[in-house]
Design a protein around this ligand. Structure first.
Ligand code: SAJ
Length: 401
C-alpha cells in the first residue's frame, strides 16, 4: 500500500513519518522545494521533539520519499493550510489546488481524506469536484474528513494516542478511512458524517476560545474591581462543577485564534457568542498594550524620567519557541511603536531575534522599573515578587501576591 501526503508541514510531516515508521510506503508532496530538499537529506524544517529521528530513519530505510508533485497511490491525505481572507472568510484554495492536482491520479479503490481544518461542507464540495471531473469514480473511491487534534510539542505521542473523529461522505467511505487510521492510531476511532467531523474540529477549538474569553473577561472586570483574578479563579474552581481556564495576554497560535472564524463566517447570526469570544480575546492583547503605555506615562509624570520597561516573553504560549501569531509579540510591537528606547525584550526560549534585541530574564527583571509578564514561561516563576517595581502580571506569574 502506498500512502500519499499532500502538505508536509506541522501536521503532514509528523503524520507521514509515523505512518512510514509503521512500515508503510509513504510519498510526501510539498510545493516548497526547500522542504523537499531538507526531508530528502533526512532533515526537518520544523521544530517538534522526536520528529528529526523518525524522519531520518524513515528516509534512510526508504519508507518515506518526497517530491514536488503527487503520484498514483492508494490513500491520499490532504494536509495543507486553510488560512482566512480579509474579512475572516475561510480560504480553502490550497485544499482545492491539492485536490485538482490529484484528479488525474485517482483510481478505483482509492481513499481520499482531508485533514486540514475546513469549513463545514468542504469535503462534500471536494467530492463534487472529483466526481464532476471523474464521473466514473462515483461510488468507487472513499472520500472522508478526519481532523487532527495534536498539541504542538507533543505531536508524536498524540498522533498515535488521541481519539479521532472520522466522517465520510457515505458509510463505506467512513469505514475505509477508519481502516486506514487503525493502522497507526491506538486511540478510539469514532465514525460520523463529513459535515459533523468538520464541525467537530471547529467546535473543539471554539470551545477553548470561548472558555479563555470568559477568563479574559473576568480579568478585565477584576482589574477595575481591584480583585486578584488568579486568586478569584483558583477559589471559584474549588466548586466541584466549575473549571475556569486562565486569562493571559490574548489568544495566539494557528488554530484557536483562527478556527472559530470558520463558524462565524458561515453562520454569523447564529454564532454571536463564538464571535464575541474572538473579539474579547483580541481585545485583551490591545488592552494589555494600552495598560503598559499608561503605566509608562504615569511613571514618567511621577519620576520626571522615562522608565525602563521589561517585556517578559514573546512566544504564543508558555515554554515554546514559536512566535507566530503571538499576542505577546503584538503587544511588544504596539508599545514599541511609540517607545523604541528604554525597552528590554525577553524570550528565554530563543537565542536571538531579527527585530528585537533580547535580554536575559534575570538581568531584565533586575534593571527594569516596569515589568510586564506576557507569557507564563517556567523561568519567570523562579523570580521573587519585588515591591520596588511596577509589575504588570498579565500571565499570572505571582498568582496570589
Ligand atoms: N491560553 C490562555 N489561557 C488558557 C489556555 C490557553 O490564554 O487557559 C492561550 C495560550 O497562551 C495560547 C492560546 O490560548 O496563546 C492557544 O493555546 P492552546 O494551548 O490552547 O492551543 P494550541 O493552539 O497550541 O493547540 C490547540 C489545541 N486545541 C485544543 O486544546 C482544543 C490542539 O489540541 C489542537 O490540535 C490545535 O489547537 C489545532 O491544531 O487545532
Amino acid at each position: 500500500m502506498l500512502v500519499q501526503f499532500i502538505g508536509l508541514g506541522y501536521i503532514g510531516l509528523p503524520t507521514a513519518a509515523v505512518v512510514a515508521s509503521k512500515g508503510m510506503f509513504v510519498h510526501g508532496v510539498d510545493v516548497n522545494p526547500h522542504v523537499i530538499e531538507t526531508i530528502r537529506r533526512g532533515d526537518i524544517h520544523i521544530v517538534e521533539p522526536g520528529l528529526g529521528e523518525i524522519v531520518r530513519e524513515s528516509v534512510e530505510k526508504g519508507f518515506l520519499q518526497v517530491s514536488l508533485s503527487p503520484q498514483s497511490a492508494d490513500v491520499h491525505l490532504v494536509v495543507v493550510p486553510t488560512p482566512f481572507k480579509g474579512a475572516h472568510e475561510p480560504d480553502i484554495s490550497f485544499v482545492e489546488a491539492a485536490t485538482r492536482n490529484l484528479l488525474p491520479l485517482l483510481k478505483e479503490g482509492d481513499t481520499y481524506i482531508i485533514e486540514s481544518t475546513s469549513p463545514v461542507g468542504t469535503t462534500e464540495q471536494m467530492a463534487a469536484l472529483i466526481f464532476r471531473e471523474r464521473p466514473e469514480l462515483e461510488n468507487k473511491i472513499a472520500v472522508a474528513y478526519c481532523p487532527e487534534r495534536v498539541l504542538p510539542g507533543n505531536v508524536l505521542h498524540e498522533l498515535i494516542h488521541n481519539d479521532r473523529v472520522i466522517g465520510g461522505i457515505d458509510e463505506l467511505s467512513t469505514e475505509k478511512a477508519k481502516a486506514f487510521y487503525r493502522l497507526f492510531v491506538e486511540g478510539e476511532l469514532y465514525g460520523t458524517n463529513a459535515r459533523t467531523a468538520e464541525m467537530c474540529k471547529l467546535t473543539e477549538n471554539s470551545s477553548r476560545d470561548v472558555q479563555i474569553a470568559f477568563a479574559n473577561e473576568l480579568s478585565l472586570i477584576c482589574d477595575k474591581a481591584d480583585i486578584n483574578v488568579w486568586e478569584l479563579i483558583q477559589l471559584a474552581n474549588r466548586h466541584p462543577r466549575v473549571n475556569i481556564l486562565q486569562p493571559g495576554s490574548g489568544v495566539g497560535g494557528h488554530c484557536i485564534a483562527v478556527d472559530p472564524w470558520f463558524i462565524v463566517s458561515d453562520y454569523p447570526r447564529e454564532s454571536r457568542l463564538i464571535g464575541m469570544a474572538r473579539e474579547i480575546n483580541n481585545y485583551k492583547s490591545f488592552w494589555c498594550a494600552e495598560k503598559i503605555r499608561n503605566v509608562m506615562l504615569e511613571f514618567e509624570l511621577k519620576h520626571g524620567r522615562k522608565p525602563l520597561t521589561a517585556f517578559m516573553g514573546l512566544a504564543f504560549k508558555p515554554n515554546i519557541d514559536d512566535l507566530r501569531e503571538s499576542p505577546a509579540k503584538y503587544i511588544v510591537q504596539k508599545v514599541m511603536q511609540s517607545e523604541q528606547n528604554n525597552c528590554l525584550v525577553v524570550e528565554p526560549n530563543i537565542e536571538e531575534h531579527s527585530v528585537f534585541k533580547l535580554f536575559g530574564y534575570q538581568e531584565a527583571y533586575e534593571r527594569a522599573d516596569i515589568v510586564a509578564f506576557l507569557v507564563a514561561h517556567d523561568e519567570f516563576k523562579t523570580l521573587t515578587y519585588r515591591e520596588d517595581k511596577v509589575i504588570l502580571d498579565f500571565a499570572g506569574i505571582f498568582r496570589t501576591s
